[in-house]
Each structure stands twice: as C-alpha cells, then as structure tokens.
Write a protein that binds this ligand. Sequence first.
Ligand code: TXA
Ligand code: MG
Length: 318
Amino acid sequence: MTKPNMTRILRAPDGIADAAKLLKQGALVAFPTETVYGLGADATNGTAVARVFAAKNRPSFNPLIAHVADAEQAKHYVIWSDTAEQLARAFWPGPLSLVLPLRDDHGVSELTTAGLSTLAIRIPAHPVAQALLRQVGVPVAAPSANPSGRISPTTAAHALAGLRGRIDAVLDGGPCPVGLESTIGGLFDAPVLLRPGGLASEDIEALLGCPLKQRAAEDPMSAPGQMQSHYAAESAVRLNAIAAREGEVLLGFGSINGALNLSETGNLIEAAANLFGHLHQLDEMKRPIAVAPIPMTGLGVAINDRLSRAAAPRGTTK
Ligand code: TXA
Ligand code: MG
C-alpha cells in the first residue's frame, strides 16, 4: 500500500465496516478506545506495522500493544496463566494491558513485539473498538495515535491534527471516556506494574491480595517505551503550581482555578478524562503551562506520571 496523501474520516457506527476492511488490507486506521485513540494496523502484517512506526516517527525498539476482541482470542498469541485468568475475568474488557510470554505459533510480526519474547495484549471496552476488532479478526497493533513523544489523542480531531496525511483513515467515535492510556501489568514470576494508567493499581492489588512489584528502572526492556520526556506540549510545563507566574497559563485542579480546571470537584476520574484534551487546548495558547498539584492516589498516580513526563527536559529517555 502506498503512502497516503489524504486521510479519510469515517464515522462510527456506519464507518466501522470500511475501517475493518482497510485494516485487513494493511492500511493504518486511527480508532477510538475507552483510554485514548489508537493508531491501528494488522499486527501480523510487518509492512503495515512498519508504516505505524514511520507515521508516528516512533523508535522501532519500542514494542506495540496488540488489541483483540476477547480473552479467548488473546490465548492464541500468549501463554496463559492463572493470574492472567484472574485479572482478565475482573478487568477485561477495560483499561488494562497484560504482558505475557509469546506462544511459539503466535504469528505476530517481530516489529509489533520489537523482537521481545513477550507480547502486551489488551481487550478494549469501547463499543466501537469491540465491533471493529470482531470484524477484523486479527490482532490490531495500536500505539496511541499521536506523533511519538507528543500529547496523546482523546478525540478524532487530536488524532487528525497530529497525523493527517500520514495515515489512511480516522474512525470517529467521539471523545474517549477514560482519557489515560491503559495500565500495563507484566506477568512474569511476580506481577509487575510496568505503567500506571486508566485502571488504578490499588484495584489490581485488592484483587490479587498482594502489592504489585514496581518496574525495575535499571531494566529498560521491562518497559522499553517509558521515555522520560513524553506527552510533550510545545510549551514548557511546570508542576505543583499554586498559582500562575507571569506569562504562564494555569491548569487548575479542585479549588485551584486556572484557565481550565481538570476537575473543580477534585474528582480524579474526571481529571483523567480531561487531562490530554486540556493540555492540547492550553498548548494552542503558546504560553508556558503551570499545573496545580494532583493527589497521588487512584488515577492520580497515572495523571502525575503523564504530567512529569510532559514536564521533563526534551530528548531524555529513562
Ligand atoms: O491505552 C492504551 O494502552 C493505548 C490504546 C490505543 O490502547 N495504547 C498505548 O500504546 O498507549 P503506546 O504504544 O502508546 O504505549 C504502549 C506501551 C509502550 O510504553 C511500550 O513500550 C509498552 O507499552 N510495551 C508494549 N509491548 C511491551 C512488552 N512486550 N513488554 C513491555 N512493555 C511493552
Ligand atoms: Mg503513546
């Protein structure tokens, strides 16, 4: 398939069948999930997956999450375990990705896994993603639908603003209700939290009855894509601000009001849903962004994770 000059806009639900057809042909289609918009490609088609890396300008050592419609389909690609079953029953479909050892006969492109012997797999709960994945029938590799390192997209307009002309189509299914990427759990000898996200780690720990191991910072391959500078706005970002300094625009939370407020009532679920959209809006003002303090509980852990990466010096990896 040649490089697209034009990105088609498809609207769900009518456009789902066309989106599925395009994906089966090896095209790149951005689609909604409950977390953020994903940039989808057939995970078994190396050429299609290579085009995802090119469209996003993403380093190819950074593996992609494979999306499938249900746990039965997931079991075709990864070696299942009791813990996987327990987590899948409680939290799938939903904002949780599980990293599991690959099966020998997996058929997934090496570019999807970046050559690792594991695969990150997720069952999105969004009805449009569900319908799309059922129609496609193969696993769909989907990073967030933004240029690498930039703010993640929670609307079709965000995805288009970053990738128009670089991808074949966007399937518009409205804004993403969770607004933060999935929580990633690694199921190795003990369950490890590889990335905080849209499912609070407290909920996972309550189900398993034990604390999750934290990702080993010295082992970059345990979560290869965890760039320190990520989600970068064009403007500088300053955290834990009580008030805006001269020239800054303030992103508020709770009783600290600014140009925009993540949640006036201090609700972390609402704040997560608003985070990337508000950052996109404030970024358009082309002024340094100050952000009010966000508590480190529940979804606040993932919100602070994304904000600290948005504030990190550019080009740093960790
Ligand atoms: O909510 C989400 O997870 C969204 C939607 C579209 O599903 N996707 C998403 O993908 O956030 P992406 O590519 O932006 O982030 C995936 C993260 C990266 O940090 C990558 O390094 C990590 O998952 N990852 C993927 N496969 C892995 C593996 N086998 N082992 C460890 N980390 C892995
Ligand atoms: Mg991303």
